[in-house]
Design a protein around this ligand. Sequence first.
Ligand code: XMP
Length: 511
Amino acid sequence: MIAILDFGSQYAQLIARKVRALRVFAQILPHSVTAADLRELQPEGIILSGGPASVTDPNAPTIDREILELGCPVLGICYGMQLIVQLLGGEVRPQAHSEYGRAHLTNIVPHPLFQGVPLGSVVWMSHNDAAVSLPPEWETLASTEGCAQVAVCHRGRPLFGLQFHPEVHHSRHGLRILRNFVVGICRAKRTWRMRDYITHIVEETRARLAQAPSDARIVGAVSGGVDSTVLATLMHRAVGDRFVPVFVDNGLLRKNEAQSVRENFRQRLGFDVVFVDAAERFLEALRGVTDPEEKRRIIGRVFVEVFFSHLRPHDLLAQGTLYPDVIESVSVKGPSATIKTHHNRVREILDLMEQGRVVEPLRELFKDEVRELGRELGIPHEMLWRQPFPGPGLAVRILGEVTPERLGILREADAIVIEEIKAAKLYHKIWQSFAVLLPVKAVGVMGDARTYANVVALRAVESVDGMTADFVKLPWPLLARIASRIINEVQGVNRVVYDVSSNPPSTIEWE
Ligand code: XMP
């Protein structure tokens, strides 16, 4: 196990995730953990994370100094490095110029920590302070143009410091450096598997429910999406029928979606969802509303009303919140993350959190880890690899008023898009592909007669995380087939256009 002591870094989870990717278990602990506690945990190595504070501040967070004497290797990253340097007698000072972003390693001393890392390798920096003198018996391992002490170590003891962030994607050989530390230097055994995480969550959930009153259940909303499906499967495995999965049909779903979610749970996962048909209630609340934000607010409010009516006084609420949904301070945080955070953090849910009634077992994980967890749980591939679908459903793809008639048109058009994209074997290669119903009408000609009908826009984007995206250059013949099928098969549409904008500046969804 690798212990990660957290100093409030936006990247602490990212360090844990990279260590887990090396198949070594990583546990995040508060920086205030004592050396005695750590001795009991017997970590094979310790990583001190970065953090927003400055070690030059008298109230700066610190560690129990004895941790540096435990004998197990310690790696300080950014703030963590500065802290070690200062604690052992070196000097850290604020720099005249802060350094953010890309830098190149201009000097590397041969050392196991940098094995396989070439000169010039890109590292990602984010700091104001820097070590200006090293403690006795310490030496420099690497430098960049802007920072002389970008990697340092003790000459005889296994203590190391990196001023840059090896855990971020943009540090080109970052994972290699972490691997050199975790596997090469700490000699951690690479035996950890996702299935160990399943055991951990199952045990934790059982313990949690055991503390609740005997009539308490765990209730969770399922949508058919990856996160809630994995969550539901885990909860069901942990507490069986005391887990109640609730599926709310908001009337804004895709063609046959409600039915297929229901069947998939029963037939492929082996348990039933409580099916709530609230379509009329949602559509009624949306009647006459055209403002996108207003639509979202209404859908959020009605969802909470409907869902919470299934929660009894002692029940716990399970949510499939992932790490990117809860992270507070990531600089790349985009509108989608904010929206999602919002959905899992509405007033009613915050109240439950205060009462200690919310369980979020996936909150330390990233999407690809959740998929791996799902695979370990035996969830079928097509349930794990569905394209994302927004909570407010087709409502944010119908520009203008959401009416049953317009929903019908979009559902049919969307079904054709999915069918054709799947037939072209592109469904899993594309982040999202869907149809949007525009609030305008256009003139056309069909069978010698004039038509004046709806316009459908197609959107297909590639993305790695939904934060940024670009449109997919779909083959012309495929675009032509989709357009032709929609115009011929969906009544009320006489024109199809293709959206060629990227995100930013255009978001993936149109509303
Ligand atoms: P945007 O449109 O912000 O979308 O570029 C980024 C990603 O998030 C999805 N999305 C949502 N997901 N609730 C969700 O669960 C929402 O309200 C929501 N809005 C957008 C969108 O489909 C894309 O994958």
